[in-house]
Design a protein around this ligand. Structure first.
Ligand code: ADP
Length: 482
């Protein structure tokens, strides 16, 4: 195939941002109102592509966390737990509808604050955030059917801490099932991407949710730690790094708090010689390069059966030449900005480590904007199990490639890693798929596709990728007791 035929020049197609209303300063959303932080401190959130300061947001200290948890407790005892399930469902449904109505604005703000391509935030993050609210709104008054012959009871106040890779979507994953099961919430978005969660606070206010049912506070790790250690919290839901997950697990040990952790990943994407190769190449690209590899479930370890390795790698290199790295707000962009300077430094240090380990490195010849944090899509060819770039989570558009001969060998290699969040399998044979899905120690295994999400389907990890499930009927369990 002639790669040059793909190298079309695209005219810029930037999404308008004049309709995205970002205030200069955001306070904490506690008890239904935006309130000044007791800490009196604010910090800036900046765009990782344009590097402009987008807004200042409040930094909640321990006293602010106390105020948020108190509001959630009072709302739980006085109102939310007594409300009929049908009424609870109506509120959640209303939030879903307003997210849909404001989806364009939310998508633009998500791309500005986090750096992901507008195509991704417009077509995946925001519609899915609405979908998770719709889905759990439906469960609110059907819990007795979800768990027949049992009487599900809410837990109380849920403290929820989320990362920067899917800011609004992770907020939806956390808030929707908590509310559907009758709990109240204190949620903290990541310090680098607080804006869509604060927009969600505006939506919740507009939806007229009783004050205190959802509280959204901003801050750094110390704010999250104060939430985790708060005595009046019944449930902690955390998505983020394995290191912080371990700290939280230790902090919660011995308490009555219920805990779910969704942590790092290092997914194997496995291509057999009988796979539809062109589709597999597209799935590999989707699995690791779209979204800048900023996904815990990114297919960051490619395993290709030896006899098709040459063909797959050559097609992958061709496809990489067509990927556009650039302005997240441009509709042609495939790979947006890396979320922060720290993250880009981390990725670059792994590029260095891979080279030091003697691996062949391949990067596409694309242009990269001179301003902002960007990384070219990268392959490490000829990798092996012992390489650090294979074992450790890079969280960037970096793919390691290993080859294999037999199914037993690839299962062994795919599982020989501390993580177990997700995996992908590409083959023509259904029996091979079923064989692998039962043997791969990963919470999700995609077959002949990658990165597909649906609110009805549970998601979560094995081993150091955490425990507990989000999504589907399973996603209700962390928020109830019998
Ligand atoms: P990532 O590497 O994805 O940024 P982190 O685990 O550092 O993941 O952060 C995920 C979330 O956890 C963020 O909202 C962050 O502020 C919060 N956080 C960081 N440290 C702590 C901590 N010690 N306790 C609770 N939350 C924390």
């Amino acid at each position: 195939m002639n790669t040059e035929s793909f190298n079309w020049e695209y005219a810029p197609a930037p999404e308008a941002k004049d309709h995205a209303k970002i205030k200069k300063q955001y306070d904490l959303f506690i008890n239904g109102k935006f309130t000044k932080p007791l800490s009196k401190k604010y910090f800036a959130t900046t765009s990782p592509s344009s590097l402009e300061k987008l807004a200042e947001v409040a930094e909640a200290n321990e006293n602010d966390v106390n105020a948020a948890v108190k509001a959630a407790r009072v709302a739980y005892e006085k109102y939310w737990k007594k409300l009929t399930a049908k009424e609870r469902g109506k509120y959640i449904f209303r939030i879903a509808r307003i997210i849909q109505e404001r989806s364009r604005e939310l998508a633009v703000i998500e791309s500005m604050d986090g750096g992901k391509p507008i195509r991704e935030s417009r077509d995946f993050d925001i519609p899915n955030a609405a979908n998770y609210f719709f889905y759990y709104a439906g469960w609110a008054d059907k819990l007795e059917y979800a768990f027949p012959n049992k009487t599900p009871k809410s837990l109380g106040v849920a403290a929820q801490i989320i990362p920067w890779n899917f800011p609004l979507l992770m907020a939806a994953w956390k808030i929707a099932p908590a509310l559907a099961t009758g709990n109240t919430v204190v949620l903290k978005p990541a310090e680098g991407t607080p804006l869509t969660a604060l927009k969600l606070a505006e939506i919740i206010q507009y939806a007229d949710l009783p004050p205190g049912v959802v509280n959204i506070i901003t801050g750094f790790g110390a704010t999250g730690a104060a939430m985790v250690n708060h005595k009046d919290v019944n449930k902690i839901a955390f998505t983020g790094s394995t290191d912080v997950g371990k700290i939280i697990q230790k902090a919660v040990a011995g308490s009555n708090k219920k805990l779910t952790l969704e942590l790092g990943g290092k997914a194997a994407n496995i291509v057999f010689d009988d796979a539809p190769i062109n589709q597999a190449v597209e799935g590999i690209v989707n699995g690791i390069f779209f979204n800048q590899g900023h996904v815990c479930c990114a297919g960051s370890r490619l395993f290709v059966q030896e006899n098709v390795a040459e063909e797959v790698i050559s097609k992958l290199k061709e496809r990489m030449e067509t990927l556009i790295v650039g302005d997240p707000l441009d509709k042609n962009t495939d790979i947006g900005a890396i979320n922060s300077k720290e993250q880009l430094d981390k990725i670059n240090s792994y590029l260095h480590i891979g080279k030091e380990e003697g691996l062949e490195i391949h990067q596409s010849n694309c242009n990269v904007p001179s301003k902002g944090y960007f990384c070219k899509p990268t392959l490490f060819i000829g990798a092996s199990q012992s390489n650090r770039v294979v074992q450790e989570e890079i969280f960037g558009p970096v793919l390691t490639i290993q080859t294999f001969r037999t199914i037993e060998e690839v299962i062994e290699k795919a599982n020989n890693i501390p993580y177990g969040l997700s995996a992908g399998v590409w083959t023509d044979k259904g029996s091979k798929i079923f064989n692998l899905t039962t043997k791969l120690r990963a919470g999700v295994v995609w077959a002949n596709t990658y990165n597909k999400f649906d609110p009805t389907s549970p998601f979560g990890g094995y081993k150091e990728s955490g425990f507990g499930r989000e999504g589907g009927l399973h996603g209700l369990l962390p928020y109830i007791t019998f």
